[in-house]
Design a protein around this ligand. Structure first.
Ligand SMILES: Cc1cc2nc3c(=O)[nH]c(=O)nc-3n(C[C@H](O)[C@H](O)[C@H](O)COP(=O)(O)OP(=O)(O)OC[C@H]3O[C@@H](n4cnc5c(N)ncnc54)[C@H](O)[C@@H]3O)c2cc1C
Length: 349
């Protein structure tokens, strides 16, 4: 008999796991509360090294594995659905406005190098040759050629199409009422109330502007007077500026201070943006965990968790989907999942 799989949560993680399970011939239903998703607010940077702040080897390996799988995942999903995902490979420019900022950029470049991602130091002039709209005041920076980006809203739309009519709009309040052989909890910040696992909301505000034509080609990760900001250009002229990082519980309000923290350094680096119309200002809730690593694996018989992807859920979507679908299909956890088990000590200390 075909295994019946319920996926609770229709963000990027739940939908990608569902897609891979469907491809393995399983009978899949997705339950989605249709509440705010981190996945619709995310910038979509696929930057395995720039996000690494800890020395945690297993997480670094997983991030790299996520990055390696993205090109094929994007090509396969785009082919299956005909939806263009905004997958781009121009890389990231890391830009410093002051001498102090340049010191911070050099530290970040060290993280890239240690994570096995080459970066090339660039002078202020070289930066402006690549991006002429950068302020002449930039001090220097670097180029990370292997970083990628994708538009998470397009990926969500494509995944929804790929799994067709298997999505049921319903909030699950108790896992015991789910009628399935295996239930995968991929409910983002909703995972805590369903499982008791320590997943907490970490608020991130973003501003989306409408640029006249592609004003910049690269993702820019900027350091301006000790403030950090990123600017992510999309093909359709959208320019995503992000993101704050706030511990405020379940709060998706947008604030003047949050917007200022984004627009001030962004305009310091790229003065022309003050002319661009505002398209959207929005906050999302990253599903954070005590050790900043996702929770992936069996919680108890018949219940698997795929949650807590914090700042890297877009990057980790393909690898999470592959490994969790393997676990669902075989009942055996792939080796790479083991460090992320729900019963690991780091979640509770
Ligand atoms: C501002 C911001 C910028 C980011 N930028 C990046 C980036 O550049 N790169 C990157 O890799 N990551 C980024 N992230 C992180 C990334 O967005 C998340 O890690 C990822 O989207 C998490 O996906 P998810 O599917 O687990 O959760 P979500 O997208 O939050 O989806 C969870 C889903 O579960 C549903 N749900 C919850 N409870 C229940 C329930 N009880 N029953 C049924 N359904 C339920 C919700 O309605 C929701 O649809 C960013 C996040 C934010 C907020």
């Amino acid at each position: 008999m075909t295994t019946r799989v319920a996926v609770v949560g229709g963000g990027l993680i739940g939908l990608a796991v569902a897609w891979r399970c469907v491809q393995r011939g399983l009978d899949v239903t997705v339950y989605d509360a249709e509440e705010d998703k981190a996945s619709t607010v995310a910038a979509g940077m696929l930057a395995p090294a720039s996000e690494i702040q800890s020395g945690e080897q297993a997480l670094q390996d997983l991030l790299r594995s996520g990055a390696r799988r993205w090109p094929d995942f994007a090509a396969e999903l785009a082919r299956a659905t005909g939806i263009e995902l905004g997958y781009r490979d121009e890389g990231t420019l890391i830009v410093a406005l002051t001498d102090d900022d340049l010191r911070e950029v050099r530290r970040l470049c060290g993280l890239y190098e240690r994570a096995g991602q080459p970066v090339h130091a660039l002078t202020a002039q070289q930066l402006r040759e690549r991006e002429p709209l950068l302020t002449p005041r930039v001090r220097g920076g670097a180029y990370a050629p292997q970083d990628r980006q994708v538009d998470p809203r397009r990926v969500l739309a494509a995944l929804r199409q790929a799994i067709g009519d298997r999505i049921v709009p319903r909030k699950i309040t108790d896992l015991s009422i789910v009628d399935a052989d295996v239930t995968v909890v991929a409910a983002g910040i909703g995972t805590r109330s369903l499982t008791g696992l320590p997943v907490r909301p970490v608020k991130g505000q973003t501003v989306r502007l409408t640029a006249p034509a592609r004003p910049i080609r690269h993702v820019i990760r900027g350091y301006a007077r000790s403030r950090t900001v990123y600017l992510v250009p999309r093909h359709d002229g959208e320019l995503v500026i992000g993101a704050t990082e706030e511990e405020r519980g379940v709060d998706t309000s947008v604030t003047a201070g949050g917007v200022l923290d984004l627009l001030r350094p962004a305009a310091d680096l790229l003065p022309e943006i003050v002319e661009y119309p505002v398209r959207e200002i929005r906050a999302g809730l990253r599903p954070g965990t005590p050790d900043n690593a996702p929770i992936l694996g069996a919680l108890k018989a018949g219940v698997i968790v795929a949650a807590g992807h914090y700042r890297n859920g877009v990057l980790l979507t393909p690898v999470t989907a592959d490994l969790v679908a393997d676990l669902v299909a075989t009942g055996v956890p792939p080796e790479q999942l083991k460090p992320f088990a729900p019963d690991r000590e780091a979640l509770w200390t």
